[in-house]
Ligand binder design. Structure first.
Ligand code: AMP
Length: 277
């Protein structure tokens, strides 16, 4: 991969990069489309990164679909599929970790200790290998995007991170590889996450700005759905620092993580109060 990249760069080609864990869906393919529009060469990586899964998490059963993925990427005319294996990325004796302090411990980081160290480390390694001009990430994983942006600035890495909107199913559910875990009944129930975010965002922009009440209503709405087994978090956050807000400010991140049955799903909406008023 590094030799191929050197050749491309020598010929003056720009590289757009889409890092993924595979089981590709319309969310990933949206990133590939955008990368294709903006760069000479589009590289997609598929790597289910062991470093970002906790010991009790779903690393081993994470969906894998190499045949389907290859077909989808061929259809999108992605140029290069990079699929390193774990021993190649993290050989025995591998020691280096990247920790983007503070913001990595909030929201999902609080419930998944070490997760974002795994993410930042693998993304930094992939960037060094692929040397993209631009890399494409989904807003669905908002915290991931914020952490990678911070890592890029802090480590003076010359990569432009492009954040693309969340692609949703017709009913509003954010598309995710993990949706494959849902039973039919859970799939139906899972739309409550987006609906509660959207309803809360609409109340907010209509002028109801009592955060305590809105948060309570959001929790109630989510828990009314019997398939929801628990909420990790659901509330209002500063989109830059990821701190929970105690009062509404101009930019508000509405974010949720909850378990539908045994499946942990996340979603978010960004509300710009200046634009809405
Ligand atoms: P993953 O394979 O889950 O690690 O995701 C790879 C990239 O695709 C990340 O940047 C995600 O944020 C992005 N992504 C996943 N689902 C969606 C979606 N529904 N809409 C937009 N981007 C997404």
């Amino acid at each position: 991969m590094q030799d191929t990249v050197s050749g491309l760069l020598l010929r003056g080609k720009t590289i757009g990069f889409v890092p993924t864990m595979g089981a590709l869906h319309e969310g990933h393919l949206g990133l590939v489309k955008r990368a294709r529009q903006e760069n000479d060469t589009t590289v997609v990586s598929i790597f289910v990164n062991p470093l970002q899964f906790g010991p009790a998490e779903d690393f081993h059963r994470y969906p894998r679909d190499l045949v389907g993925d290859t077909e989808k990427l061929a259809k999108e005319a992605a140029d290069i599929l990079f699929m390193p294996d774990a021993p190649l990325m993290f050989p025995e004796g591998y020691l280096t970790r990247i920790e983007v302090g503070n913001i990595s411990d909030k929201l999902c980081g609080f419930f998944r200790p070490g997760h974002f160290i795994g993410v930042a480390t693998v993304v930094a390694k992939l960037f060094h290998i692929v040397k993209p001009l631009r890399a494409y990430f989904g807003q669905k994983d908002f915290q991931q995007a914020v952490i990678i942006g911070k890592m890029l600035r802090d480590l003076n890495m010359d990569v432009d991170a492009v954040i693309c909107p969340t692609i949703r199913e017709k009913d509003g559910l954010a598309i995710s590889s993990r949706n494959a875990y849902l039973t039919q009944a859970e799939r139906k129930a899972s739309v409550v996450l987006y609906r509660s975010l959207k309803e809360t965002a609409d109340l907010l922009t209509s002028g109801i700005i009592n955060i305590v009440n809105l948060k309570q209503m959001m929790h109630q709405k989510i828990l009314q759905e019997s398939a929801v087994s628990s909420i990790d978090y659901a509330g209002f956050y500063n989109p830059d620092t990821l701190e929970e807000l105690s009062a509404i400010q101009s930019d508000v991140l509405l974010a949720v993580a909850a378990r539908i049955g045994n499946t942990r799903l996340i979603d978010n909406i960004l509300v710009n109060m200046r634009k809405e008023r």
